[in-house]
Ligand binder design. Structure first.
Ligand SMILES: Cc1ncc(COP(=O)(O)O)c(C=O)c1O
Length: 380
């Protein structure tokens, strides 16, 4: 059996690591389909539905696939480091200037840029619990503290409680709107009051990864706050509604001064040529987005009706996933669901060991999940 070379050469690597790095726990992504097949010994042609990472199961816009094919012949060249065309496309789309955008290898990378550019050791950020785990882990990676503020009973950001946590070391407050894993949003009035009342030097990071799915009229429009000059950055991604998760492309949208500061920590050529081409093409395909929204809205209704019928509590969602309480140990439900060919996420990393987060899929995928859940719940 071959051994990894590092095991032979340096068994004491931890003594080299910076202490705050050795304490980090690696991010655990949604289980890939290939891994499930390997683990369960399933044949290649066994259909598995991955409803674990909030990808858009409709797939990318046809124009994006075409753009990737066209760009493929030129990948011997380094990509455009400035993302000139993509920034211009985004500027047209949002009616802003290219200088208002920074492009990242996923919006995850922008989160790291923020930490790297703005945080000194012992600075603090504030986030919610449960929320997107990368805010906390990126802050810890930077050697800083993340204060976690529990959500309200109905799973929404508790903005007054978050405000109370502000100290003289607070640099940023992260709000995922809609929130992951709950799918909930803050309402416009409460966000208004919040942003107007916090010290103006604190940067509000409004993560709008699931923005395209929001149906509620009363959710704050992040762009208005950028236009009005608040200290806010919006995070957007092409991984979700635009269905380009495999390409890794996201962006930050903010005042040009902040964007310029973030550019200081961006590595060269951080966004590959295929991603830039596909993102531009996706932005131009409004129809694919409409189909995506319609499928999601119908899927939501289906989930609500079925879960109500089964008496399973859930959080009404403004995103493309639903957070529900199976009432059973979620890790066991997860394993059972795998045997039914469905991959979901469990709530235990969020301290909610009976909850599941399930991506809303095609009608067939949703039915397959509900049928499997029904069998598991009824048998328990
Ligand atoms: C709230 C939230 N923000 C950001 C991201 C990261 O997205 P990206 O694929 O652009 O890195 C995710 C991904 O799941 C997310 O849920």
């Amino acid at each position: 059996m071959p051994t990894a070379t590092s095991e032979k050469l340096n068994p004491d690597i931890n003594s080299l690591l910076r202490p705050h790095i050795s304490k980090l726990r690696p991010y655990v992504p949604g289980k890939p389909i290939t891994e499930v097949k390997r683990e369960l010994g399933l044949p290649d042609d066994f259909a598995i539905d991955k409803l674990a990472s909030n990808e858009n199961v409709l797939g990318p816009a046809p124009a994006a696939v075409e753009a990737i094919k066209n760009a493929a012949a030129r990948i011997w060249l380094y990509p455009d480091d400035t993302c000139y065309d993509l920034k211009n496309a985004l500027a047209d789309f949002w009616e802003l200037m290219p200088e208002n955008f920074i492009i990242g290898n996923g919006s995850d990378e922008i989160i790291h840029f923020l930490m790297l550019a703005l945080l000194d050791a012992e600075d603090e950020i504030i986030s919610a619990q449960p929320s997107f785990v990368q805010y906390e882990s990126a802050a810890k990676m930077a050697g800083c503290t993340c204060k976690l503020v529990p959500l309200t009973e109905d799973g929404r950001h508790d903005l007054p409680a978050m405000k109370e946590q502000i100290s003289e070391r607070t640099k940023m407050i992260f709000i995922a709107n809609p929130n992951n894993p709950t799918g909930t949003v803050v309402c416009k009035q409460e966000f208004d009051e919040f942003i107007k009342s916090i010290p103006p030097h604190i940067l509000v990071v409004l993560d709008q990864a699931y923005y395209e799915y929001v149906e509620l009229e009363d959710s704050p429009e992040g762009i208005d706050y950028v236009r009005d000059g608040y200290n806010v950055i919006l995070l957007h991604t092409f991984s979700k509604a635009y269905a380009l998760a495999g390409l890794r492309v996201g962006y930050g949208l903010a005042d040009a001064g902040l964007i310029k500061a973030l550019q200081q920590v961006r590595g060269p050529f951080n966004v590959n040529a295929l991603s830039q081409a596909a993102a531009i093409a996706s932005l131009g395909d409004a129809e694919q987005l409409t189909r995506t929204r319609e499928m999601n809205a119908a899927g939501k209704k289906y989930f609500y009706a079925q879960l109500d019928e089964m008496g399973i509590p859930y959080m009404p969602t403004e995103a493309n996933f639903i957070f529900l309480d199976s009432g059973l140990p979620a890790k066991e439900v997860f394993q059972e669901l795998l045997r039914h060919g469905v991959i979901v996420r469990t709530g235990d990393p969020f301290g909610l060991p009976t909850w599941l987060r399930v991506t809303i899929g095609t009608p067939a995928m949703n039915e397959r999940f509900i049928k499997a859940l029904r069998i598991i719940v009824e048998r328990a």
